[in-house]
Design a protein around this ligand. Structure first.
Ligand SMILES: Cc1cc2nc3c(=O)[nH]c(=O)nc-3n(C[C@H](O)[C@H](O)[C@H](O)COP(=O)(O)O)c2cc1C
Length: 488
């Protein structure tokens, strides 16, 4: 019989050094856990001594907290009616943010992937939209991902009998109907429905594959249970390596995970200003909680930057042999942005790489994803022919995917579009896949291709408008300046 905790007892534990919160009628001691929370400690501090159910439920599956914490941190049960009116404001906050679903367009009226983003503004909170939609700093790379794709032209060939077309492919032993996967997005429940669980079911129904993220909204065993056959797993290496080892063992034991994508492009959480603005406003209401974060520094809100928490920023290439010693699953490095690093990954014996700038959420001004693919074509085509090369960032049209495959990509990942589709549950996810299938097949037919993976070739595209953006390996004229006399 769990101990019963009353509100006055909960309310006493409201500081960073002694932090209890209530979630869905259960009280947990979060003092130790808060610092390692993937979303940063502040959001937990904010609810110290109080009910955090609404905020928790927006981004997490119901059982995650119970399964992530040692049983000794479960302090007992609390009757939700025990909360005084003002502290039930959390629910009101969510109600205000989750707008009336009647405003939302019907799924039938959604005809492209941008429509999903537009529709999501009707059902998601401003905070969720900022978290999902935002990139780093000025969003230069986020937006350039798309504009670079838009600057690559197709070269349609005609009279090719395109009555029947084939878009299927194989990725790490998984048969896919399309060379497309759901890119890993932490806390997918922020987009709606059952986050990762909905992605797994939707990907299976639509004949593609989902890569679930280390900071998932649900415990891994629940995600794997919802996965009929196959999935990919994205790994952020934890400062506490034991936790990463345990995660790898758990996902490998399921037999469903086909490959591990280890993400290396965010050794620190960059400055995500869209997200930070909203978080920093909320930080003002952190009342009576002792925390070193006060809601702003000279660079801005700063909260996202201080939530890098669990990611190990000391990771270097010795990571690859370490991963190899733990698992025989294929290992891909996610976040490769130069030909130099693609070559190193190749020489380290990785099974693949993911060309990605994290959807413009890592280094702002990093190159657009499709241009990294061109850089590899120019400087190290051997990498493309001997490893699986995945790419993500800004892909929104079937023709975008055809362009990437023409340049040698094995498959293309999409993050935000799938998150926005969650507002419509599994049907939304399947609809994204159907739209992409239709657009890919149409682009193939219009260009004279019948079998995508066989026929795709750079001759189907014209990259003249972006070719001057592909760097030489050495700067054409600038040299590192070594001073030959001491500074004055
Ligand atoms: C809300 C959100 C959360 C993300 N979380 C992760 C993550 O936990 N791990 C990771 O490797 N990439 C993460 N990504 C990056 C995606 O895997 C992918 O690189 C990016 O979304 C592709 O760009 P797109 O959104 O323009 O399709 C995230 C992206 C978004 C939008």
């Amino acid at each position: 019989m769990p101990k019963s905790v009353d509100y006055s007892e909960l309310a006493k534990h409201d500081s960073a050094e002694d932090l209890w919160i209530a979630v869905n009628g259960e009280v947990y001691d979060m003092t130790e856990f808060a610092q390692g929370h993937p979303g940063g400690p502040d959001v937990i501090y904010k609810y110290g001594g109080n009910d955090a159910s609404s905020a928790y439920n927006e981004a997490h599956g119901p059982s995650l907290i119970r399964k992530s914490l040692d049983v000794k941190f479960h302090m007992g049960s609390i009757d939700p009616k025990a909360f005084p009116k003002q502290s039930q404001g959390n629910t009101k906050e969510t109600d205000e943010k989750i707008k009336e679903s009647e405003e939302r367009p019907s799924l039938d009226s959604i005809i492209n992937l941008d429509d999903f983003e537009q529709a999501a503004t009707k059902s998601l909170s401003a905070k969720a939209m900022a978290f999902i939609g935002g990139g780093s700093n000025d969003n230069i790379t986020r937006d350039a991902n798309r504009s670079a794709l838009n600057n690559i032209w197709l070269r349609p060939r005609v009279m090719k009998n395109v009555k029947n077309v084939n878009t299927t492919t194989t990725l790490f032993g998984a048969q896919l109907d399309l060379p497309v996967y759901i890119a890993p997005t932490g806390g997918a429940r922020t987009g709606g429905a059952e986050g990762e669980l909905t992605f797994d079911r939707g990907a299976a129904a639509g004949g593609i594959i989902h890569c679930f993220a280390t900071p998932s909204s649900y415990p891994y065993d629940e995600i794997l249970e919802a996965t009929p056959e196959r999935a990919l797993f994205q790994l952020y290496v934890n400062k506490d390596r034991v936790q990463s080892e345990a995660a790898i063992q758990k996902i490998a034991a399921s037999g469903k995970v086909k490959a591990i994508l280890v993400t290396v492009d965010v050794p620190v959480v960059p400055k995500r200003e869209d997200d930070e603005r909203i978080k920093s406003n909320e930080a003002i209401v952190i009342a009576g909680v002792k925390t070193t974060v006060t809601g702003g520094d000279k660079k801005g809100g700063g909260l996202a930057r201080q939530s890098s928490g669990f990611i190990d920023s000391s990771v270097d290439w010795s990571l690859i042999p370490w991963l190899r010693s733990l698992t025989s699953l294929p290992v891909l490095v996610k976040g490769i942005q130069t030909a130099e690093d693609a070559r190193i990954a190749h020489s380290m014996g990785c099974d693949g790489i993911v060309l990605s700038n994290h959807g413009g959420r890592a280094a702002d001004h990093a190159p657009p994803a499709i241009l990294i693919l061109l850089e590899l074509q120019k400087h190290c085509p051997e990498v493309l022919s001997s490893m699986e090369v995945l790419v993500d960032g800004g892909f929104r049209r079937g023709a975008d995917i055809v362009k990437a495959v023409c340049l040698g990509a094995s498959a293309v990942g999409l993050g935000r579009s799938f998150l926005f589709s969650l507002s419509y549950g599994q049907e939304g996810v399947e609809r994204v896949i159907d739209i992409l299938r239709d657009e890919i097949e149409t682009a193939m037919r219009l260009c004279g291709m019948t079998d995508l993976m066989r026929d795709a070739h750079p001759r189907f595209i014209n990259t003249n408008r972006v070719d001057q953006l592909i760097p030489e390996e050495e700067h054409p004229y600038a040299k590192k300046i070594v001073r030959d006399r001491p500074r004055l």
